[in-house]
Design a protein around this ligand. Structure first.
Ligand code: F6P
Length: 354
């Protein structure tokens, strides 16, 4: 139980996401409540290597629940993937008497947590990314805020599109995952959506916009998920040429990563943070907190990463063959259901656009 932990470390790594601060606050307070000290590690795994750490008090995290970004800063640290970098990180953890880690971020962050667990530092991951691209969880911290940012900005674009009878082709983030684009598209009342998961039917897109135009519509929103080069920009040109609607391209970019977190992200981050502390102090390691069917659950990181790679078609035939048949069937079913959920959102956008 808690007795074996004197001091745990927290870090945020990879792309920042609104709600990371709420998680930092929850972890700090939940751990201190259990008599465990909390070391804030700055700039993700970079701070572990460079020994940038500071003990956090419950007071230090006061007021941060409302703030976007991460007070611990973030980084994508390649040196941590090297043996020399890992060794420096381990030495610093030892020097600072850090005996457990909670790492907030995406899949790269969890790989780091696994490496630490393998070297005897119990580690727990918390999914924090606006992309919601971690297959083992229904939601990640920051996703809800990012979608709300997208709809706020696209609503503004719609106003000006209506005045000028234009189409806005809006590229949103997601890092190869279409959830952010799909949910935002429905909420923005987009005419058309394009995501990497499903083949784009350009004829249907042109037809839809032409029909809407014929029905007297003046403003058109097309949402495109990033990750396909200059596809969105080129699509805007083709809409102009083929349908005769003045189309402008807009890339929302990093504005989607900022801002005060929504209620949903604050709540999720608070629940993830508290649960991560409880699981870590109970002696569990190499797990990631997930949100499944309305509940917070702990999932083995190796399993979560295999599932993720299966969902993203990144497993080699040999890796697939190594998974026991019944487990593989269960994982494939899970992936198919997740994709089917996205497909429903995709179809809904087109059904509701008139
Ligand atoms: O993973 C979060 C994310 O914002 C992605 O949506 C995007 O593709 C990427 O990070 C951008 O990365 P960077 O911060 O390096 O520009």
């Amino acid at each position: 139980m808690a007795a074996s932990f004197r001091r745990i470390g927290i870090l945020t790594s990879g792309g920042d996401a609104p709600g990371m601060n709420a998680a930092i606050r929850a972890i700090t307070r939940a751990a201190i409540d259990k008599g465990v000290e909390v070391m804030g590690i700055y700039k993700g795994y970079r701070g572990m290597i460079d020994n940038e750490m500071k003990l956090l008090t419950a007071r230090d995290v006061s007021g941060i629940i409302t703030r976007g970004g991460t007070v611990l800063f973030s980084d994508r640290c390649d040196e941590f993937k090297t043996e020399a970098g890992m060794q420096k990180a381990m030495d610093n953890l030892k020097k600072n008497k850090v005996d457990g880690i909670i790492a907030i971020g995406g899949d790269g962050t969890f790989r780091g947590a696994t490496d630490l667990s393998d070297r005897g530092i119990p580690s727990v991951g918390i999914p924090g990314t606006i992309d919601n691209d971690i297959a083992s969880t229904d939601y990640t911290i920051g996703y809800d805020t990012a979608m709300n940012t997208v709809i706020e900005l696209v609503d503004k674009l719609r106003d000006t599109c209506e005045s000028h009878a234009r189409c806005s082709v809006v590229e949103v983030m997601g890092n190869h995952a279409g959830g952010l684009a799909l949910q935002s598209a429905i909420a923005c009342g987009a005419s058309v959506v394009s995501v990497g998961e499903f083949e784009f039917d350009e004829e249907a897109c042109m037809k839809k916009i032409a029909e809407e135009k014929a029905n007297g519509k003046r403003e058109f929103i097309v949402i495109v998920s990033e990750g396909n080069g200059d596809f969105a920009e080129q699509l805007a040109k083709r809409i102009r040429e083929r349908v005769g609607v003045e189309a402008r391209f807009a890339r929302l970019a990093h504005v989607q990563r900022g801002g005060s977190p929504t209620l949903r992200d604050r709540l999720l981050a608070s629940e993830f943070g508290t649960a991560a502390v409880d699981h870590l102090l109970a002696g569990e390691s190499n797990i990631v907190m997930c949100y499944k069917n309305g509940k917070i659950v702990a999932t083995d990181i190796d399993y979560a990463q295999t599932l993720d790679r299966m969902y993203k078609h990144k497993l080699t035939p040999e890796q697939l063959a190594a998974i026991p048949a019944d487990r593989r069937a269960e994982m494939e079913k899970y992936c198919a259901e997740r994709l089917a959920g996205l497909r429903e959102l995709y179809d809904l956008t087109f059904r509701l656009a008139k």
